[in-house]
Write a protein that binds this ligand. Structure first.
Ligand code: BDR
Ligand code: CA
Length: 327
């Protein structure tokens, strides 16, 4: 009997670390089902230079300096960065933890070059995991036409299908930070899975669960314990919430356990104008065929269906994350 061999997924995490990004990176590094080929950085929770330093710091803490870091975009496609989310993630993107400077350095090549070369060298094997604004991925798709056909899948944290936004009433922060880029990514000719607020807001850890992920006797968990209080206190002071949604780690969990999530398939178009700027709109129900290309209302024309997470088994995701940070 031929045994089914589960292939290890090769991934590149595109990230703006960021408190919840840090947990996501650690969870990925602790998952034997995943091989992290690199981290690419982008502005978002902090400016890009800080996010690059943090990516290097996180790999040093994890003792994985063999993994390359490539720095990406410093501003969205339209040039206007809304500004770092210092009130959520601290001035340093790491909860003002006063970390030493990294001793390692980013690659000399930029994120788009790194992404392109790695995908070209591993055609149809790379899953991209963007958990920040989508500028680098959009630049990859536009600077290297046809590269999307060689990407296995894009599993992104961002967007909101049925639920309200978190950065504005209509938009999620990663998408709002570069809606034009997001719209390019949702028109890619490869499978795209959206792990957005519809599920990540429901992966909500209460105070006890937050304390637990920071309580283990290993360097990664200890770092999480240093940085989480800033995010926790922000949510408590601004929204009177006694806990935190676990956004970016939910996307990493999806890579290992897609069965914890319920998905629906519709093409997505990103609003770029007015008060709904950054809203991810689903185009629904217009005679789709099996390839996902059907007659469409104009805005969704010629788009593949995005695989959209709409429900989640919260308990299982939290148990998974807790188990992976414990080792
Ligand atoms: C997303 O925005 C960032 O602040 C988080 O790191 C996460 O990727 C949640 O909306
Ligand atoms: Ca992020």
């Amino acid at each position: 009997r031929i045994k089914e061999i589960k292939m290890v997924k090769k991934i590149i995490i595109d990230t703006d670390p960021g408190i919840d990004d840090s947990l996501a990176i650690f969870i990925a590094l602790n998952s034997p089902e995943l091989e992290v080929l690199g981290l690419t950085t982008v502005f978002g929770n902090a400016v890009t230079k800080t996010c690059t330093e943090n990516a290097l710091r996180l790999l040093e803490i994890a003792e994985r300096i063999d993994i390359p870091v490539a720095e990406g975009a410093h501003a969205p496609l339209n040039g206007n960065f809304r500004g770092a989310a210092t009130f959520v993630h601290g001035d340093d993107g790491q909860g003002n933890a006063k970390l030493p400077l990294p001793t390692t350095q980013a690659l000399k090549i930029d994120a788009v070059t790194f992404l392109n070369e790695t995908i070209e060298n591993n055609p149809n094997e790379i899953t991209l995991v963007p958990v920040g604004p989508l500028t680098n991925i959009a630049n990859l798709l536009t600077k290297h036409p046809g590269i999307d056909a060689k990407i296995k899948e894009i599993v992104l944290m961002g967007g909101n299908a049925r639920s309200p936004g978190n950065a504005t009433p209509t938009a999620e922060a990663n998408i709002l930070n570069d809606p034009e880029a997001a719209d390019i990514v949702f028109s890619a000719q490869c499978k795209v899975t959206m792990v957005g607020l519809d599920v990540t807001n429901n992966v909500f850890m209460n105070e006890e669960q937050v304390n637990t992920i920071g309580s283990f006797d290993n360097a990664k968990s200890k770092h999480i314990n240093k940085i989480n209080p800033f995010y926790f206190n922000f949510l408590k002071n601004f929204f009177e919430e006694e806990g935190m949604p676990i956004h970016d780690s939910s996307a990493v969990t999806y890579l290992v356990h897609p069965e914890y999530f319920e998905t629906i398939q519709h093409p997505i178009k990103v609003e770029t104008l007015g008060i709904s700027r950054g809203k991810t709109w689903m185009g629904m129900g217009i005679s789709d065929n099996e390839e996902g290309l059907g007659e469409r209302l104009k805005p969704w024309e010629n788009r593949r269906k995005t695989n959209i997470c709409v429900n989640v088994n919260t308990k299982k995701v939290i148990a998974f994350i807790t188990e992976r940070i414990s080792i």
